[in-house]
Design a protein around this ligand. Structure first.
Ligand SMILES: NC(=O)c1ccc[n+]([C@@H]2O[C@H](COP(=O)([O-])OP(=O)(O)OC[C@H]3O[C@@H](n4cnc5c(N)ncnc54)[C@H](OP(=O)(O)O)[C@@H]3O)[C@@H](O)[C@H]2O)c1
Length: 296
C-alpha cells in the first residue's frame, strides 16, 4: 500500500480535512480543493486526474448548502452530480478506485424505521435531488466505485450543528431545538478513519477488491436521535459548562423554523450492509460525540 497515489478532492471541508490526515498512512496523498479546482467547471479538474494518475480518488467535495441549493439548482447539480459522474468515468479509465459520499436527504423521511439501500429515495429538496443524481452518475459508470451515504456530519473545526449549539449556549438563556428531526450524527473524523480502514483492507490491489464490492452503502454513526437529544448531549459533554448561559432547552417543531428547503423528519440509516461487507462499523453516536468533545 505504501506507494499508493491518492487524489483527495475537497480537503478543507469537514470530512476532507480529516481524510487528508487519515489517508496519509496509506500512501502519497495529493490534496486539493476549491478554488484550485471547481467542480462546476470540470475542465479545471479532469486534466489534474490524468496528470496525477492516482490509484485511489476520494471525492469529499460537495455543494452542501441545503437551503441555498433551492435557488442554485444548476450549480448544485453540476457539483454534486454531473462532475462526479465525469470523475467516476475518468477513474474507471485510469483503473482507479473512486470513493464518493452521499446523504440521508435522498429520502423523504416517511418510512419510520432506519432506511436500507433498497429503500426508494424521494428527496424533498434540490440538494437531495442533486446528491441522488450524483449517486446514479457515479454508479452508472460501473467502475470500482463506492458511494457512502452518510448523515448529520459534524466536525469541531468548521461550522456544524455541534459548534452552533455550543455557541448558542454561550449567548442564549433558552434554547429551542427541534425534536421531530431524527437521524444519526456522524463525526467527520470517524467517517474519514473508516474510509481509510476499508482501503487498508483492500490491500495491494484496491481496484480489484472494490470492483467486487462496488456500489452503494449506508455509513453513519450508530443509533439515532432527534436534534433536541443531540443538543442536550452536546451541552452535557461541553468541556467548559461554566461558559454556558443556557438555563433551559425547549423542544420545538421543524415547522416552527421555516426554511427554503424541506428536510426529511426521519432519515436514520441502517448500515448493516456495510458492516457485513467490510467487517467495520461506526461507533454509537454518543460515544463518538464524547470522543469528539474531549478533543476540544
Ligand atoms: N454535512 C452534513 O451534514 C452531511 C450529511 C450527509 C452527507 N454529507 C455528505 O458528506 C460529504 C462531505 O460533506 P462535508 O460536511 O464535509 O461538506 P463541507 O464541509 O461543506 O465540504 C465540502 C467541500 O467541498 C468544497 N466545494 C464546494 N463547492 C465546490 C466546487 N464548486 N468545487 C470544488 N469544491 C467545492 C467546499 O469548499 P468551500 O468550503 O470553499 O466551499 C468544501 O471544501 C458530502 O458529499 C456531503 O454531501 C454531509
Amino acid at each position: 500500500m505504501q506507494n499508493m497515489k491518492i487524489l483527495l478532492l475537497g480537503n478543507t471541508g469537514q470530512l476532507g480535512w480529516e481524510l487528508e490526515r487519515s489517508l496519509a498512512s496509506l500512501g502519497q496523498v495529493i490534496a486539493t480543493d476549491y478554488p484550485a479546482i471547481n467542480l462546476a467547471e470540470p475542465h479545471s479538474i479532469l486534466p489534474l486526474l490524468r496528470q496525477v494518475s492516482p490509484q485511489i480518488i476520494v471525492n469529499a467535495t460537495a455543494y452542501t448548502a441545503v437551503d441555498r441549493a433551492e435557488s442554485e439548482a444548476e450549480l448544485a447539480q453540476a457539483v454534486n452530480a454531473h462532475t462526479p459522474g465525469l470523475l467516476a468515468a475518468e477513474a474507471k479509465r485510469l483503473d482507479a478506485v473512486f470513493i464518493h459520499y452521499s446523504t440521508d436527504y435522498v429520502f423523504d423521511g416517511h418510512k419510520g424505521s432506519p432506511y436500507n439501500e433498497d429503500d426508494q429515495p424521494n428527496p424533498l429538496g434540490v440538494y437531495g435531488q442533486s446528491k441522488l443524481a450524483g449517486e446514479h452518475a457515479v454508479l452508472n459508470e460501473g467502475g470500482a466505485a463506492l458511494v457512502l451515504r452518510t448523515s448529520w456530519v459534524y466536525s469541531l473545526r468548521r461550522d456544524s450543528f455541534v459548534t452552533k449549539v455550543l455557541s448558542w449556549a454561550r449567548q442564549q438563556q433558552t434554547l429551542r431545538l427541534v425534536s421531530d428531526q431524527i437521524s444519526g450524527p456522524t463525526w467527520a473524523r470517524q467517517l474519514a478513519e473508516i474510509t481509510a480502514l476499508l482501503l487498508a483492507k483492500a490491500g495491494p490491489d484496491p481496484t480489484g477488491y472494490l470492483a467486487e464490492r462496488a456500489g452503494l452503502y449506508h455509513l453513519a454513526g450508530s443509533g439515532c436521535c432527534s436534534r433536541l437529544e443531540w443538543g442536550q448531549e452536546i451541552l452535557r459533554l461541553d468541556p467548559h459548562p461554566e461558559e454556558q448561559l443556557t438555563e433551559e432547552i425547549l423542544p420545538a417543531l421543524t415547522a416552527d423554523f421555516p426554511t427554503p428547503a424541506q428536510r426529511p423528519l426521519f432519515s436514520a440509516l441502517d448500515c448493516s450492509c456495510f458492516t457485513q461487507t467490510f467487517g467495520l462499523r461506526l461507533p454509537e453516536w454518543q460515544d463518538a460525540l464524547r470522543l469528539a468533545m474531549e478533543a476540544l
